[in-house]
Design a protein around this ligand. Structure first.
Ligand SMILES: Cc1cc2nc3c(=O)[nH]c(=O)nc-3n(C[C@H](O)[C@H](O)[C@H](O)COP(=O)(O)O)c2cc1C
Length: 318
């Protein structure tokens, strides 16, 4: 069994956190990851209501008490009620990533809920450590969905571990989807992995069959880190955080022409319509470069246990 500070701290059987993924990462995926021995997270979208958060947490709790909730820091000024609902749900962990998370720290501490944040550079890791964040996620540019896309996972992880690894629990994210990736970051000194894309093709991930088919067909070359899908949908992500998604006709047309897109209501409406219709030549499917490793739809239990057992076998070889 792979024992780390992460498994000890959260009573896990495997050093794996299922990354919060607004959209595909609902209660079914969160509970499946937790039942497989990891820590499943509910991904809360920027538009989610407190009622949605409460209902999602209640659903997970029917299967397991062990789960986390992932919020977007930049969104808390607009929707402080998301934090209240997350605290009321009494999760084992709340992650507050991407933007100024400081407003969330006192309420979470008072509720005795450990906090995670995803960092994209070493200075941000130092800052998180100074603020007493319990779980620092070194999240590299190859990761799926939104994040800081300036530094890849391996240079980031090395820098973060050197800077704060002695005092903080550091885990790695971005591009980890197989046993080899998990073994690599554990060998480097990370306490675990925070895995998103690797779980996207699971039965329990909420996605249309056509989206899953495209994820299974994609290679590591098929993603782009872009703001065009946010601009078109009018989601006010801070410019520092783009979203890594499968490239498609819409991203090929507009990536690099963001100002023009913002001024083109017809193009923006085209994306909104395509999202509703599930037309993925235009609609977005967020995924990281690890998408190239997905080849079959599997259960989250199988993904998590294969990762952990394979990593253990690889590490034993040394
Ligand atoms: C479809 C999708 C949705 C995501 N949604 C969120 C989210 O709601 N909150 C968050 O903190 N991170 C979100 N992320 C980012 C993940 O937390 C994590 O950084 C990323 O998945 C790690 O890289 P990987 O995809 O290569 O495993 C999302 C990622 C994906 C792929």
């Amino acid at each position: 069994m792979l024992r780390t500070e992460l498994t000890d701290r959260f009573s896990l059987q495997v050093p794996i956190v299922g990354a919060p993924m607004a959209g595909p990462g609902g209660p079914a995926l969160a509970s499946a990851v937790s039942l497989a021995g990891g820590l499943g997270m509910i991904g809360v979208s920027s538009a989610a209501t407190p009622e949605w958060i409460t209902a999602a947490a209640d659903e997970v709790r029917q299967a397991t008490e062990r789960f986390g909730i992932g919020l977007m820091a930049w969104n808390l000024a607009r929707r402080p009620e998301q934090l209240d609902a997350a605290i009321a749900a009494r999760p084992a962990l709340v992650s507050v990533s991407f933007g100024d998370y400081s407003v969330a720290l006192d309420p979470l501490r008072q509720a005795r809920i450990p906090v995670a944040t995803q960092v994209g550079d070493v200075a941000s890791a130092r800052q998180a450590h100074e603020q007493g964040i319990e779980l620092i996620v070194a999240r590299g540019a190859e990761g799926g969905g939104h994040g800081d896309d300036r530094v890849a996972t391996l240079p980031l992880l090395q820098g973060v571990l050197e800077a704060v690894g002695d005092g903080a629990v550091v885990i790695a994210a971005g591009g980890i989807s197989t046993a080899r990736g998990l073994a690599a970051v554990l060998a480097a000194g990370a306490a675990g992995a925070w895995i998103g894309t690797g779980l996207l093709a699971c039965h329990e991930a909420l996605a249309r069959p056509e989206a899953k088919r495209r994820l299974l067909d994609a290679t590591e070359l098929d993603t782009v880190s872009t703001s065009v899908f946010d601009i078109a949908q009018g989601i006010p992500w801070p410019p520092a955080y783009r979203g890594r998604a499968l490239s498609n006709a819409f991203s090929r047309r507009w990536h690099g022409r963001e100002d023009e897109l913002a001024q083109d209501p017809a193009a923006r409406q085209q994306l909104v319509d395509a999202m509703a219709a599930g037309d993925y030549d235009t609609a977005v499917i967020y995924a990281g470069q690890a998408v190239g490793s997905l080849s079959t739809e599997r259960s989250a239990r199988e993904v998590v246990s294969t990762l952990a057992a394979g990593a253990e076998a690889l590490l034993r070889r040394w």
